[in-house]
Design a protein around this ligand. Sequence first.
Ligand SMILES: [Zn+2]
Length: 74
Amino acid sequence: MNRRLIIPDWIRFDRIVCPACQTAQQAAVTWKNGDPFPTFIHRCVACGYVIMESEWQPAAPADHQAPPFSEETP
Ligand SMILES: [Zn+2]
């Protein structure tokens, strides 16, 4: 067996919004031992856009529909 599997040492699932089509979805943040930073790369499940760390926009959790920014209108 000479396959090289890349298995992250650490993984976290974020719920993010695609900057291209605004679809909320789960994206994995991975980190491998020896890497200086975790990897934030996710391909949008809806439009295929590749979302990088600079475009990572956390979305509200699915079970909590409050907007991320509360607009206090009187
Ligand atoms: Zn998208």
